[in-house]
Design a protein around this ligand. Structure first.
Ligand code: PHE
Length: 341
C-alpha cells in the first residue's frame, strides 16, 4: 500500500494541466467521492494496526499535497485567463472584429486641401511650431506696433529675443523663400496658436493651410482662378466665390474670399446668416517688401498667397456648428467620419 501512496504523491507532484478544465478533472479523480484518495482510505481500514500510524500519516500528507496543488493550479489558471481572455478550443470559430479607427475630420479636410492644390503643382512645406519674431512677423512686413504681436494674441515663450508659438503658417512660407529661388509653389499645413477665448467659433489652437506662389508674371487673375478651382473641388461644381477688399501686412492688394453657402445654395439661411456667402480664407498679392526681405527680386517676380483655417472649411463642408467638437475626442462625433476617405 505504501508504494501506491508514493506513486500517487509522485503523480500529484508531476501533474501539469494543458488546459484549465483538466485541473477540475484531476481534482475529481484524486479527491472526489469516488476518487483515488477515498479508495485508499477504504483500503486503510483493512491494514494491520501496527502499520496504521505510518500509513495514516502518509495518506494525510498525500491529501494536503493534492489539495494544495489543485488550489495553486486553479489560481494560476484564473490569473492567466484574466490576461488572455477565455480560451476556446474551437480554432474554426470566427474571430471577433476589432473596430478600426477613423481619421480625424481635421486630418481628412487638411489632406483634401493639400491634394487639391497638389493637382495645381503645389508641394507641401513644413516648419516648426515654436518660432521667432522674424519668421512670424518681421519678414512678413508686420509693423513693430502691429496688434498681432501683442501679448493678447500671441503666446510668447520668451522675450528678447522673441520666441513664440506661431500664429499662422505664413512662417513656413518665409522659411521656404529663404532657401528656394522662384518659381515657388508650396502649401503649408500646420497647427497654429492664438491667445483667444475658446468658444463655438474660436479656439486657441487650430489648423491652417496656407499657400504661396511666386514666379514671373503671377497675377491677381491667377489667384482668383486658383481659388475658384479650389472652391469647386472642395464644395462642389456649383460653388461660386467672391472677393472682398481686405488688409494683411504681407499682401497688397489683399482680399477676403467668400464661397456661396453650400447649405442653402446662396438663398440665405441661418448658417450664412441670410447672406448666401461664407467666409473661407484671406489672400492677396505678396507685398514687394516681403519678397525683398526674403531675398527675392520684386521687380522680376510677383506672387500671391492665401491662407485658410482647416476647422472652418471642415465646419462648412460637414455642417459642424461647434468648433470645440474637433478637440473633445467624443467617439460619437468622430465615428461619423468613418466612411470618408
Ligand atoms: N496669414 C493669414 C492669417 O493667418 C492668412 C493669409 C495668408 C492672408 C496669406 C493673406 C495671405 O489669417
Amino acid at each position: 500500500m505504501i508504494d501506491k501512496i508514493n506513486e500517487l504523491i509522485g503523480r500529484v507532484q508531476a501533474f501539469k494541466p494543458k488546459a484549465a478544465a483538466e485541473i477540475e478533472e484531476f481534482r475529481i479523480r484524486i479527491l472526489g467521492k469516488k476518487g483515488e484518495l477515498n479508495a485508499l482510505l477504504e483500503e486503510f481500514k483493512t491494514v494491520a494496526p501496527e502499520l496504521k500510524r505510518e500509513l495514516g500519516q502518509k495518506i494525510n500528507e498525500l491529501k494536503t499535497l493534492a489539495m494544495q496543488r489543485v488550489n495553486e493550479l486553479k489560481a494560476a489558471a484564473a490569473e492567466s485567463s484574466a490576461v488572455s481572455g477565455p480560451v476556446s478550443d474551437d480554432l474554426t470559430r470566427p474571430g471577433t472584429n476589432e473596430p478600426i479607427g477613423s481619421r480625424h475630420p481635421i486630418s481628412l479636410v487638411r489632406n483634401q486641401i493639400v491634394e487639391i492644390f497638389s493637382r495645381l503643382g503645389y508641394t507641401v512645406a513644413d516648419g516648426p511650431e515654436i518660432e521667432d519674431d522674424w519668421h512670424v512677423f518681421s519678414a512678413l512686413n508686420f509693423p513693430p506696433e502691429h496688434p498681432a504681436r501683442d501679448m493678447q494674441d500671441t503666446f510668447f515663450i520668451d522675450k528678447n529675443p522673441d520666441i513664440l508659438l506661431r500664429t499662422h503658417t505664413s512662417s513656413i512660407q518665409v522659411r521656404t523663400m529663404e532657401h528656394q529661388k522662384p518659381p515657388i509653389r508650396v502649401v503649408c499645413p500646420g497647427r497654429v496658436f492664438r491667445n483667444e477665448a475658446i468658444s463655438y467659433r474660436a479656439h486657441c489652437i487650430f489648423h491652417q493651410v496656407e499657400g504661396l506662389y511666386v514666379d514671373e508674371n503671377v497675377s491677381f487673375a491667377d489667384l482668383k482662378q486658383s481659388i475658384l478651382y479650389f472652391a469647386k473641388e472642395m464644395f462642389g461644381e456649383q460653388a461660386q466665390i467672391r472677393m472682398r477688399p481686405s488688409y494683411f501686412p504681407f499682401t497688397e492688394p489683399s482680399a477676403e474670399v467668400d464661397v456661396s453657402c453650400n447649405l442653402c445654395g446662396g438663398k440665405g439661411c441661418n448658417v450664412c446668416k441670410g447672406t448666401g456667402w461664407l467666409e473661407i480664407m484671406g489672400c492677396g498679392m505678396v507685398d514687394p517688401n516681403v519678397l525683398e526681405a526674403n531675398g527675392i527680386d520684386s521687380k522680376k517676380y510677383t506672387g500671391f498667397a492665401f491662407g485658410m483655417g482647416v476647422e472652418r472649411i471642415a465646419m462648412l463642408k460637414y455642417g459642424v456648428k461647434d468648433l470645440r467638437l474637433y478637440f473633445e475626442n467624443d467617439i460619437r462625433f468622430l465615428n461619423q467620419f468613418d466612411s470618408v476617405l
